[in-house]
Design a protein around this ligand. Structure first.
Ligand SMILES: Cc1ncc(COP(=O)(O)O)c(C=O)c1O
Length: 390
């Protein structure tokens, strides 16, 4: 038995382990479990994308090493996509890099740019890869709480001077997972100015940018200063139900893309070219391919919100993402709630207490089950509240 390297001490253990264990136990005893924990779409990838991959598989040039720069065809499709959706004009050679899913890009990125002792600013709660990447770079993490009173936007004015002086990189993510909060151009401009003034890299995780309901989100690449300090990470996983394909990309300032390329060159050899061809097709057709999914999530969202409103649990209507962010009565811990809920009612949710320390009385529902199953889950949550006298 060999001990793990010390750097793992900075990577938090799997905080949902107990919820997972109880879920497996519930399944084993034959309970009807509704898993709304992980944001993994229950709908298959749209057929035209599958057809594009099938076609690409027949081309032997796609069978070879893709390398990090990947297919020019994919990078050109990314440039078209960013121009069409966000009026951002980038160069396919210098400003774009394909990723094997956004997660690897986010986790590798700090290794390329952050030194031991530097500070990485990161949202709390937030996607775990920001924490992992910071730990792998032996850097210090400073978490910025996402608070309801600030509309779940990070308050960059509250960063203490000594922290800001050592900060080299800030991660942020809007529309946000888990809070579902959007950010507007004004907020992105503020981050852009902050980063430029203090020579901090602005790394925006845009994993949910194309899954919006009422108002189309903005891109950080549109913000003031972003062309000098910014990089944006995009994922095809949720937009096109492609979580298993591992397709994403980063777009941004030349040296940031070059640094990410450098670290990836030393670690992986790129995303399968066949997938890049299918991903290029998907981005070229994002409007028509994502529209039915957005409609579906909207119906599911409304069903969940309608049901939750009949309980003491409060949830704002999300304007984007595939989640509902629900607030338990003050003082309740979401980890205890999630554990009891799966144990007694067979409903799996993600406790905010497992994603950081700022939102311990919140939990996240993934809209990744049919409307009927979601309604059933919310009904069970209602019964649970009654039984627990919430
Ligand atoms: C905020 C956020 N960023 C990044 C990712 C990673 O996505 P990918 O499947 O592209 O690695 C996820 C996945 O759940 C996410 O929620």
């Amino acid at each position: 038995m060999f001990p793990l390297a010390k750097r793992f001490e900075k990577i938090p253990p799997h905080l949902f382990a107990e919820v997972d264990r109880l879920k497996r136990e519930a399944v084993a005893r034959g309970q009807d479990v509704i898993d709304l924990g992980v944001g993994d779409p229950d709908i298959p990838t749209p057929q035209p994308i599958i057809d594009a991959l099938a076609q690409a598989l027949k081309n032997p040039t796609n069978h070879r090493y893709p390398y990090q720069a990947g297919s020019m065809h994919y990078r050109e499709a990314i440039v078209r996509f960013l121009k069409r959706r966000y009026t951002v004009q980038l160069d396919p050679v210098n400003n774009i890099i394909p990723l094997i899913g956004t997660k690897e890009g986010l986790a590798h990125f700090p290794i390329a740019f952050v030194n031991p002792g530097d500070v990485v600013l990161s949202p709390d709660p937030g996607y775990p890869a920001y924490v992992t990447g910071t730990a792998l770079a032996d850097a210090e993490l400073h978490r910025l709480p996402l608070l309801k009173k600030n509309k779940f936007l990070m308050d960059i004015d509250a960063i203490p001077d000594p922290v800001r002086t050592k900060a080299r990189l800030i991660f942020f993510n809007y529309p946000n997972n888990p809070t579902t909060a959007p950010a507007d151009l004004e907020y992105f401009n503020k981050i852009g100015r902050f980063c430029k003034t203090h020579s901090i890299i602005g790394a925006h995780d845009a994993a949910y940018q194309e899954l919006f309901f009422e108002q189309a989100p903005t891109s950080f690449l549109q913000a003031e200063g972003a062309s000098e300090i910014g990089i944006e990470f995009h994922s095809l996983s949720k937009t096109f139900n492609m979580t298993g394909w591992r397709a994403g990309f980063a777009a941004g300032e030349t040296s940031l893309i070059a640094g990410l390329n450098r670290i990836k060159t030393n670690i992986d050899t790129g995303l399968f070219l066949g997938i890049q061809e299918a991903a290029a097709f998907a981005l070229d057709h994002v409007e028509e391919l994502s529209a039915p999914m957005i409609e579906l999530y909207k119906k599911r969202r409304d069903a969940v919100i309608g049901g939750l409103n009949k309980t003491p649990i409060r949830a704002d209507i999300p304007s984007a993402t595939i989640y509902v962010w629900a607030e338990l009565p003050e003082g309740m811990n979401s980890m205890d709630f999630a554990i009891k809920l799966v144990n007694t009612k067979g409903v799996v949710v993600t406790p905010g207490a497992g994603l950081g320390t700022a939102c311990t009385n919140y939990f996240r529902i993934a809209l990744t089950a049919t409307e009927a199953r979601l309604a059933e889950a919310v009904q069970r949550i209602g019964e649970f509240c009654k039984n627990e006298m919430l």
